[in-house]
Design a protein around this ligand. Structure first.
Ligand SMILES: [Zn+2]
Length: 302
């Protein structure tokens, strides 16, 4: 009998769930077929079906637990998603209890970036590191903090929302109500927005990157701005947590060579600890798989 766990990642455009063993070996993967626009009932049905089918395939005896990862602010204590930009129909919905009831099994709910940090620590770039911070640079910026081997969740479970750290006083407005949040200056969306301001029209972060590669000075400057914003955030995180390793993930880390010099310079300038210790800033390894692996690791992590 294999000891395994089931992880489900409600990310991107459709859900993925997997049975994964204690060593991180993927035993079985299923993909949901519901579009999130079909609404809450359809999404919940899809989630229950995916998890139940994995449990049936692997057998209930070896199941260590079920971890479910969702985007947005989550109140872990209540098992409720508080703010879910991607899937508004899930907002304020008691997802954890609903899943528990329909599956007749305990379910652990976690924020996507927190889970990604766990995944990276388990089998990715953070293997063997007990203190690390992960920043996921995508449509927004997510964060996960692991201190002394444990996720920092805070008293409600809403800790680690690093995308909403202020990096520019009175910078760009953010959906959270603040201005100058990290995710408004260092996400893929922010890259596109800066390009629009410079008259490039509607371009993706990848297109801005391609222009930078071709030597376009203004495109290069966009990544410098992004690097500075990241460096300011990193300095704050280094000062607060003294983690050994800071990982960045997301498609835009492909532009590492363009934004990293400004990022490191800014972090050095603003953090004594960064300047004077062996603090590493590196690319995460698992890419889009981190959340799924982190979800599966949840039953073993808590
Ligand atoms: Zn914000």
């Amino acid at each position: 009998m294999t000891d395994y766990s089931i992880g489900l990642d409600l990310g991107g455009t459709n859900l993925r769930a997997a049975a994964i063993d204690r060593d991180g070996k993927l035993l079985h993967l299923v993909t949901g077929h519901t579009q999130y626009s079909e609404g809450r009932d359809a999404i919940m049905g899809d989630m229950v079906e995916a998890i139940a089918s994995l449990r049936d395939t692997q057998g209930p005896a070896g199941l260590a637990g079920i971890g479910v990862v969702v985007p947005g602010f989550i109140s872990l204590r209540e098992g409720v998603i508080r703010n879910c930009n991607n899937i508004p129909s899930l907002e304020d919905f008691p997802m954890r209890d609903e899943l528990r009831e329909r599956l007749n099994a305990p379910v652990i709910l976690e924020n996507d970036a927190n889970a990604a940090a766990l995944g990276e620590q388990w089998i990715g770039a953070g293997r063997g590191v007990r203190d690390l911070v992960l920043l996921t640079l995508g449509t927004g910026v997510g964060g996960g903090i692991i201190s002394d081997g444990k996720l920092i969740r805070g008293f409600l479970g809403m800790g680690g929302e690093l995308g909403h750290i202020t990096v520019i006083p009175n910078g760009n407005p953010c959906g959270c109500g603040n201005r100058g949040c990290l995710e408004k200056h260092a996400s893929a969306t922010a890259i596109s927005a800066m390009a629009r301001l410079l008259g490039y029209g509607n371009v993706t972060a990848k297109e801005v990157y391609d222009r930078a590669v071709a030597g376009d000075e203004r495109a290069i400057q966009i990544f410098t701005c992004m690097g500075e914003a990241l460096g300011i955030a990193l300095a704050t995180l280094v000062n607060a947590f003294n983690s050994q390793l800071y990982l960045l993930s997301g498609g835009v880390i492909g532009a590492w060579d363009f934004f990293a010099p400004a990022m490191i310079a800014e972090a050095r300038r603003r953090s004594f600890t960064f300047r004077t210790t062996d603090t590493r800033v590196e690319r995460a390894k698992l890419g889009g798989e981190a959340g799924l692996y982190g979800a599966a690791y949840l039953p073993w992590a808590t």
